[in-house]
Design a protein around this ligand. Sequence first.
Ligand code: HAM
Length: 428
Amino acid sequence: MSSFKSISGTFDILPDGETSGGDTIAPSRDWQRVEQAIRKVMQAYGAEEIRTPILEPTELISRGVGQLTDIVSKEMFAFERGNTNYVLRPEMTAPVMRAYQQHHLDQKGGVQRLYYIGPCFRAERPQKGRYRQFHQFGLEIIGASDARADAETIVCAVDIYRALGLDNFTIRLNSLGDAESRPRYKQALIEFITPFADQLSEVSRNRLESNPMRILDTKSEKEQSLLVGAPKLADYIDEESKAHHNEVKAYLDAVGIKYVDDPFLVRGLDYYSRTAFEIESDTLGSQGSLAGGGRYDLLSTELGAKQVIPAVGFAAGMERLLMALEAANLSGGEKTRLDAFLVAMGDAAINWTFPTARSLRDLGLDVAYDLKGRSMKAQLREANRQNARFMVIVGDEELASGTAQVKDMDQSSQKTVSFDQLANELKR
Ligand code: HAM
């Protein structure tokens, strides 16, 4: 056995799943089932897939996501090579906006709906539901300032969860206002908090000047009680943003999507303006954030565009979704079945397996056989492990008569089938 292990906070996705530090990682077939559901819903929304590199220029992320965010200040896997600074992407919104600009996707006219599924990397303290390599799926709608686009990203995420049977989550919604609203609000918060700043934790105190809105996110009850009566962002945002927010809510109301208006919702990324939202699992506890997103009109110019490219999107954690499905007893992806497992007895039969398996596969059947020349008993065990519908047993006698013993594993019946009828028998 190897003396190497996967790095803490990363995991293998195995055919039958894995237990990693007390956490259950779902089997690969569950991942596939969830990915298929995501692709189907994305297609229903007219979204097309985008795949961007895992390596990006570090500056794209530090400028895009924001220097003062936790992601950039302490969670990036970044390194230098030659004269270039690389980062393993911690999220996909900035990369997608980079690709949009780099390939002039605006010139295709209309609005781009781009979706993705793939790994992201953040150097966080690993714990249940929080990993260093995790997987996000998401949708970015680029080129639309219409409030329907905001509502549509939320509804799309909801439809993915519902397609998988999940409905025990809460949508929290807020508006962060325009580019000027936040500095105004930030100032008001600093003025409110400063008189009791010495009673705050060191982490919160450090945030006071740089990012006081994050203090509102505190999990400490003592701090929460000090913050009662803090200014609300809603009172500092501009009229247009307020109207936009009301429109988004009206669209959600129109399709019966419930949400909680949460004036204290702030996101851990700096690029948002106007809409910000999170979808929280009602069952997962402390790592319960299933998805998050919002409008990020100013990211485009931050990354160098001459004009604002309005955009809105969401991203969601695959691991969190799989955990929520398991908690709700909804995970059960069926183990895939082989049509046939070829059981060979003797050298001549062993030679027969290779070309036979290939020609049966050509006819659309899923076929495997033992590669180690093992005993009959071991081959039968393997056939069972692989959940084969039929076992096709061949020895010297069968080869001489051009027949095989075909055992139906569900019926526990067995019959003799000639080689030229074998494929038909297995296709039944
Ligand atoms: P985010 O809130 O940083 O947003 O991440 C989105 C989701 O990714 C979270 O709700 C969570 O489910 C999952 N996630 C994040 N970090 C981890 C981790 N360490 N381990 C496991 N799961 C994790 C964004 O990334 C934005 N790009 C969302 C967005 C898209 N905004 C506009 N478009």
